[in-house]
Design a protein. Structure first.
Lengths: 248, 270
């Protein structure tokens, strides 16, 4: 049985928004819409396991299988890249952040842009028909997030990086091709390095870099989440409609 | 040539008059590394060793069980290293607002959890798949002193964590047929990466690896941990084109093969 993730217009006070607030500790006010849902769908039989990404019923769907997972990663990397691009281009970047923080945030901007552009190139090369199957450039809205606030920017960065780690950790098992799995592995550990660094900037003299809030205290395992749990979080910032009907 | 014999001869020749200073330790470690590389030790032959020889580990099979056994041996190494360091008092308790001690207590807790988790995953200590803990010598025959010299401890911690990240990554394909085990391995892998980032930053480095650089203050013998990290072509895409090779290589961590990790681990196994 697969979950269906649907996009629809929602009230800003929607549940998934709260889940992000919990993660980031931020107060966000409004963006247009979110991905939400996860209603059970019993019609598995008409859902091929290898649905390609592309427009379905007028909305882009991420698809399933390796291309679905890579497209999902591309969507998340688009968000991270866009966020850090805005951070480093903020007029107050040089006054709000220390030199150490600026170095970290600039590196993260570089890395995430490289990840985004990598997925675009890789998918363009691998998809049978990229002109209709490549996820378009997404649009973003950060609502009331104050890019002049060190606290808000770092809290959002922490949420994005932790979410990225959990997303890749959860998606690994959906990948069927060893080469793609390795590529995801090459990226996820860098996201985890980011997450630790941001957490350490927020709370330096602590164990927060791999805190008990994110690493299980009895198993020592990091978070891993299915796409249906990740997309509602990312959708707080993503205004372009897309669906993930064929991902768990 | 066996590594223990090799270290013994090295010790006789070069370490008798050692002052044991940090710089000397690093220089000695560096020399050992070069000489080890030159000696090109055939690790596979160590299975024939008697008590005079090191009980080197050998590469585990490219199977899910092999990957877990391999991971357990690495976690044994990390777990014992941090437990010994915490016992020794080498980690300063008050510096940086107690940051260092908090960091390594947390890392030690995670490594102990990983050992328990992997033993359980292999079916427990009575399972046929269980592998026992090797005997470790983190001084590498007395060549250096991680439990008295904090910078040496930090350098080894960085090397072990960065190795761990690359090692788990190299096992991913061996777990592709066992989704639950793969997920668990990924969940450990990212914790190792969090550790690596923090240890590197404690040492004044970036949390990520630029090119194939081991970073300032790292002994030359640890270069094997970083060789091959400078890749800037990923699936045909040039990651250096936007912001240069350092940024492009930082954005991707590279795997180590089972044998590469075994060779690194065996330096510390007696």
């Amino acid at each position: 049985m697969k979950n269906e993730v649907k996009i629809h217009e929602v009230d800003p006070a929607q549940n998934s928004r709260r889940s992000f607030l919990k993660l980031s500790g931020l107060t966000l006010v409004t963006t247009g819409l979110v991905l939400a849902g996860c209603s059970d769908n019993d019609n598995d039989n008409d859902m091929p396991d290898n649905s390609l990404p592309g427009i379905r019923n007028g909305v882009f769907d991420l698809g399933s299988g390796d291309f679905g997972v890579l497209t999902y990663a591309y969507a998340l990397e688009q968000l991270e890249a866009d966020f850090y691009t805005k951070v480093v281009n903020s007029s107050s970047f040089n006054t709000v952040f220390s030199s150490v923080e600026r170095e970290v945030l600039t590196d993260l901007y570089h890395h995430e842009v490289v990840h985004r552009d990598f997925f675009k190139a890789a998918l363009t090369g691998a998809l049978p028909n990229p002109s209709t199957q490549l996820l378009p450039a997404l649009a973003f809205n950060y609502g009331s997030l104050n890019f002049n606030s060190r606290t808000e920017v770092l809290a959002t960065a922490k949420a994005l990086e932790d979410t990225g780690v959990a997303a890749y950790n959860g998606a690994g098992k959906l990948i069927k091709t060893a080469d793609y799995l390795l590529l995801a592995g090459k990226i996820v550990s860098v996201e985890a390095r980011h997450a630790a660094a941001i957490r350490s900037l927020i709370n330096p003299n602590s164990k927060d870099f791999a805190g008990d809030d994110i690493v299980n205290m009895s198993t020592g395992l990091d978070d891993a989440k299915d796409p249906s749990k990740i997309l509602p979080i990312a959708a707080n910032f993503i205004t372009t409609k897309f669906t993930a009907q064929y991902l768990p | 040539m066996n590594i223990l014999k090799f270290i013994e001869s090295f010790t006789d020749d070069n370490l008798i008059n050692s002052t044991g200073s940090r710089r000397d330790s690093f220089a000695q470690f560096g020399n050992i590394g070069k000489n080890i590389a030159l000696a090109s030790i055939p690790f596979g032959l160590s299975a024939l060793s008697n008590k005079a020889f090191a009980k080197d580990i050998t590469a585990t099979p490219a199977t899910p069980i092999g990957a877990l056994q391999f991971a357990l041996t690495l976690e044994y190494l990390e777990n014992e290293f941090y437990a010994m360091a915490l016992d020794s008092g080498v980690i300063p308790a008050s510096e940086n607002g107690g940051r260092d001690l908090k960091v390594f207590q947390q890392i030690a807790d995670h490594e102990a959890d990983h050992v328990k988790f992997l033993i359980a995953g292999l079916g427990g200590t009575m399972s046929a798949n269980f592998v026992p803990k090797p005997t470790f010598d983190f001084t590498v025959g007395g060549a250096f002193d991680p439990f008295n010299d904090y910078p040496t401890f930090l350098a080894l911690a960085q090397a072990f964590e960065d190795t761990g990240v690359r090692a788990y990554k190299g096992q991913a394909a061996n777990l592709i047929t066992t989704p639950d085990l793969l997920t668990a391995a990924l969940q450990i892998h990212s914790v190792e990466a969090r550790h690596a980032s923090e240890v590197r930053r404690l040492r004044g480095l970036k949390g990520w690896i630029s090119n194939a650089e081991r970073g300032a203050g790292m002994p030359a013998a640890t270069q094997a941990v970083y060789d091959g990290e400078g890749v800037t072509i990923q699936a045909g895409f040039n990651t250096a084109s936007a912001f240069g090779a350092a940024a492009g290589s930082e954005a991707y961590d590279e795997p180590l093969t089972t044998q590469q990790v075994v060779d690194i681990a065996n330096i510390f196994i007696v």
